[in-house]
Unconditional design. Structure first.
Length: 261
């Protein structure tokens, strides 16, 4: 060895910490047996969940069930309909949510770029109310935001027209990929604005069939290697229509548990 030199440092390997599940994946099971399904999610190994409805359960009962199984729920998908929005803001601190996420824009409300600008204004307003309640507002994408409209991508308009501190992002990595975009480009363009991602895999073109995580074509090592740039704190597994929901969440969990990047 030459004087003054040292062996090259080995690249440090990283793994995900607390792996989360978007409970939409097991919505039918929750409808049949809410408590039993939450117990099975925890037994699989998940330590975080994201809600998409509470299936008639009172917020305090939801929190008690989560506590019983060592789960936390940092986020929930909510509606901006006035009565539901207020109920969501009231329920969030009881259950333990930090984020309230809007995950859909009706087709009739997003026909033009001016529509998207109006939506952005409504997001800024809702996000201000969320902040006053001690919560962070976020938006979850699908793929329609990446279909060019009047020469621009609607997603880019939404991001440019919203306050990045008030309106953060939950990027669905399946939908953004299906929409023909590279999520890493958005990580670089909006560093620190993406505290959450949906981890959902794709078999790729032409049909972009959803798969369990690790069984598809998305390069998860490449994505999670840039998690610090994006600001990712929570990663929620999701599959919209698994043949066997419990087998699916188990396969995805096991893949992510062993993933190094």
């Amino acid at each position: 060895m030459l004087a003054g030199t040292r062996p090259a440092a080995r690249h440090a390997r990283h793994k995900l910490g607390r792996i989360g599940l978007q409970l939409y994946t097991v919505r039918h099971e929750l409808q049949r047996d809410f408590a039993g399904t939450i117990a099975r999610v925890a037994a699989t190994g998940y330590r975080e969940v994201e809600f998409a409805g509470y299936f008639g359960q009172a917020p305090r009962d939801v929190r008690a069930l989560l506590d019983q199984h060592g789960l936390s729920a940092p986020s929930a998908h909510v509606s901006l309909a006035p009565d539901q929005w207020r109920a969501a803001l009231d329920a969030a601190p009881v259950i333990g949510h930090r984020y309230v996420v809007v995950a859909w824009i009706p087709a009739e409300a997003r026909r033009t770029l001016d529509d998207y600008k109006r939506i952005a204004e409504s997001f800024n307003h809702a996000a201000t109310e969320a902040r006053a309640a001690g919560l962070q507002f976020a938006y979850h994408n699908h793929d329609f935001e990446f279909a060019p409209l009047e020469g621009r991508l609607p997603y880019d308009v939404l991001l440019a027209e919203t306050d990045p501190h008030l309106v953060q992002l939950e990027i669905d990595l399946y939908w953004i990929t299906k929409g023909g975009q590279d999520p890493l480009a958005y990580f670089a363009r909006w560093p620190g604005r993406i505290p959450m991602v949906h981890v959902k895999d794709s078999a790729g073109p032409p049909d972009h069939r959803m798969t369990d995580v690790g069984a598809g074509s998305i390069d998860w090592k490449r994505i999670f290697a840039r998690r610090d740039q994006a600001g990712i704190r929570h990663a929620f597994v999701e599959h919209d229509a698994p043949a066997d929901a419990f087998a699916s969440i188990r396969a995805s969990y096991e893949y992510l548990r062993q993933l190094e990047f």
